[in-house]
Design a protein around this ligand. Structure first.
Ligand code: R5P
Length: 315
């Protein structure tokens, strides 16, 4: 029994309306009606077209490109909901952009992940619902309750259904824990590549592989794919070390051009992604498969609304 009026009410910005529609279908509620658009002068206008007084409001807006625009759109939606006397506002950000900017690791650089966490809270969000943050510590940038879901289990089930049997590979030390968790769920060994970035130009260099992949099918697991440089480099290394076949899975697919072309030219047989970000039709080549997070997100929203455990989803 929720202390808010009626069912949870879900609205979407322009970052990923299809995901919001799918979440509503999973929740069996209508998507809330709102106008969210830009005037000719580039200013964003938001208006909720139904009464949201004392309602439990969920605003779905992942950090899709153009990232800064969609983040500001979310802030304006939160402000509008606050001023419309919403009972509670949850920012649902399945992909939290700027996750890689979570520390001051070079002189005179910002911590942009923290900045955007502050902005979301200052705008008036009461809760945050997100998924597979680049680094779990980003949760600590929020002082409002923050639920971080993971799509790891969905990925694992996908590969279990396919009968995958091989070695799970992390493309860098930072992802070792994630790969280890997936390997444990799959009952397989893990190998870890050592990656180095020497500049801010998105290029990744593979130094060494810790683990044995000779004549094994391998599954590279990462949190996100941007340029696909990391995946392609590690795939080349794995091929060089005698891997039999190479598969890849990541939660978030950003994939600016020419990431897909790069993947297609790599030794990777297939890449599995979730739909935390929109994947336009032309990007779904034969080698891209999608696992939907909408049912998981819908169930988390239902639990938050009804005051049930979200953690129990992952036990
Ligand atoms: C980095 O630490 C992340 O886990 C990913 O490996 C990275 O964001 C992927 O980026 P790209 O596809 O541009 O190499």
């Amino acid at each position: 029994m929720s202390r808010y009026v009626g069912d949870p009410i879900v609205f979407t910005g322009n970052a990923h309306p299809q995901l919001a529609r799918d979440v509503c279908a999973a929740l069996d509620v209508e998507l809330g009606c709102a106008n969210v658009f830009d005037f000719a002068n580039g200013n964003t206008f938001v208006q909720f077209l139904e009464n949201i007084r004392e309602r439990d409001v969920f605003l779905i807006q992942p950090g899709a490109k153009p990232v800064n625009h969609h983040l500001v759109e979310l802030l304006i939606m939160i402000d509008a909901a606050r001023r419309a006397s919403a009972g509670r506002i949850t920012a649902v950000v399945p992909y939290f952009a700027y996750g890689r900017s979570d520390k001051k690791d070079q002189p005179r650089v910002p911590i942009t992940a923290r900045l955007f966490a502050d902005l979301i809270q200052t705008a008036g969000a009461d809760r945050m619902l997100t998924m597979d943050l680049h680094a779990g510590q980003i949760q600590g940038f929020f002082h409002i309750p923050t639920d971080e879901l993971t799509a790891q289990q969905l990925m694992v089930e996908h590969f279990q259904r396919r009968g995958f049997d091989g070695v799970v590979v992390s493309p860098d030390f930072g992802g070792a824990k994630r790969a280890r968790a997936a390997a444990d769920l799959l009952g397989m060994p893990v190998a870890i590549a050592e990656k180095r970035r020497t500049s801010n130009d998105d290029r990744a260099e593979m130094l060494q592989l810790i683990g044995d992949v000779v004549d094994r099918d391998v599954l590279i697991i990462d949190d996100e794919i941007v340029t696909a440089g990391t995946l392609c480099e590690v795939a080349e290394m794995l091929r060089g070390q005698g891997a039999r076949s190479i598969w890849a899975a990541a939660i978030h697919g950003i994939l600016p051009h020419p990431a897909l072309e790069r993947l297609a030219a790599s030794p990777i047989a297939s890449v599995v992604l979730t739909d935390t970000l929109p994947l336009p039709q032309e990007r779904r080549g034969a080698m891209l498969e999608t696992v939907s997070i909408a049912p998981l997100l819908g169930e988390a929203i239902r639990r938050i609304h009804e005051g049930d455990s979200v953690g129990a989803l992952f036990r």
